[in-house]
Write a protein that binds this ligand. Structure first.
Ligand code: 8NA
Ligand code: MG
Ligand code: MG
Length: 345
């Protein structure tokens, strides 16, 4: 079926919000059997439960800020984006932010602050955060900028407002590039999709700082490339167990332990899978499968939801799921506005 570009844009942001809202149920859980996931998902079809029953968390809260900032400034403006993050946090601090990032968000609220990248650089003894908080909000960069170089550049800077460790901001670059490729329909050829991501990340991880950070953290020399090669291996194995996926890719709050995992979820669910209902389309499978991995489920489902939503488009997302999630309607409107920005020449 032909999916229009506008439908892909709407699918990307709505898919992300759904992943966050629906995934919140299992955040931090260790073992999530498929029947619990399916029970949770079938509950969304119950019309008596009311609209927006599932609330969004930090992932969507910050993604809204990114979208509003890119739209209002018609491009990337670090001061404006930083102010929005700080304001959003002060208005709704209880959205499940990471324990470190709240210090950055408090400092960003200070009117005396001149360098908005400085608070992030002071985190974790000057090493900066490698959490997935930059990646979870990266999708709108792929909707605002047309060419890959801009997507790379601005998703990196946008993440650096809170995550100055290269493992943190490079996770955001990878997530934004995955959405960028998916919007172009590249997931129709999964091997090409993963190979392109690997070659993009080879260029990104050549950077001196990236090399130094991975050494300091005792990681492989090109850590994201190494994980993406594992994604490829798991795809070729075609039938990897949940346990293998968790042990080889991770399901944690570090960007390295969750962005490649989200990409794997999307690729794995391009086909029907055992344990998931036959009537599910690819987007439903992707979200269900992300939840079954446990760990940082809201964020992994949010990132996988953005990539999958860009592939399948808005029409593939069940209405009842959209109605159940706070912020889904606004995300749809923001995506439409970003579509216009993207097409501004
Ligand atoms: P962050 O920047 O606070 O990082 C998350 C955590 O990762 C930190 O609190 C540390 O424990 C650890 N960490 C990151 N960098 C380093 C480092 N250089 N050295 C040692 N430890 C480090 O927050 P974030 O914005 O990256 O958020 C990541 C995740 O946390 C998101 O999935 C988000 O949803 C959130 N989260 C919230 C809850 C909750 O309470 N609801 C639970 C889990 C995760
Ligand atoms: Mg969250
Ligand atoms: Mg999370």
């Amino acid at each position: 079926m032909l999916v229009s570009t506008l439908s892909r844009f709407r699918g990307a942001l709505v898919g992300a919000v759904l992943g966050d809202c629906i995934g919140g149920e299992f955040e931090g859980a260790e073992d999530v059997p498929f029947d619990r996931v399916l029970q949770h998902l079938s509950g969304l079809e119950d019309d008596t439960r009311g609209d927006g029953i599932l609330q969004y968390s930090d992932d969507t809260a910050m993604m809204r800020c990114v979208s509003h900032s890119l739209l209002t400034r018609t491009g990337f403006d670090e001061q404006d984006m930083a102010r929005r993050f700080a304001k959003e946090y002060s208005l709704a601090p209880g959205r499940g932010y990471g324990s470190g990032v709240v210090q950055v968000l408090r400092k960003l609220a200070s009117p005396q602050l001149s360098d908005v990248f400085q608070p992030a650089q002071a985190q974790f003894g000057g090493r900066g955060s490698f959490g997935n908080g930059g990646a979870m909000r990266a999708a709108p960069f792929a909707l605002a900028f047309k060419n890959a170089a801009d997507v790379r550049r601005y998703s990196r800077l946008g993440a650096m407002l809170t995550h100055s460790c290269s493992l943190g901001y490079n996770g955001a670059v990878l997530q934004a590039l995955a959405v960028h490729l998916s919007l172009q329909g590249t997931l129709a050829l999964p091997q090409e999709f993963i190979n392109k991501l690997i070659s993009e990340m080879e260029a990104v991880e050549k950077d001196e700082t990236a090399q130094r950070d991975s050494k300091a953290l005792n990681l492989a020399e090109f850590p994201y490339c190494a994980r993406l090669h594992k994604v490829k291996e798991l795809m070729e194995r075609n039938g990897a167990s949940i346990e293998e996926v968790i042990s080889e890719l991770g399901n944690g709050i570090a960007a390295l332990e969750s962005v490649p995992t989200a990409i794997f979820c999307v690729l794995h669910c391009l086909e029907a899978r055992e344990g998931l209902p036959e009537h599910y389309g690819g987007l439903e499978r992707t979200i269900a499968y992300s939840l079954a991995l446990g760990g940082d489920t809201d964020t992994i489902a949010c990132m996988a939801g953005a990539i999958a939503g860009a592939h399948y488009g808005i029409l593939a997302i069940p209405q009842s799921w959209q109605r159940s999630c706070e912020g889904a309607e606004e995300a749809d409107q923001l995506a439409e506005r970003l579509y216009k920005l993207y097409h501004l020449e």
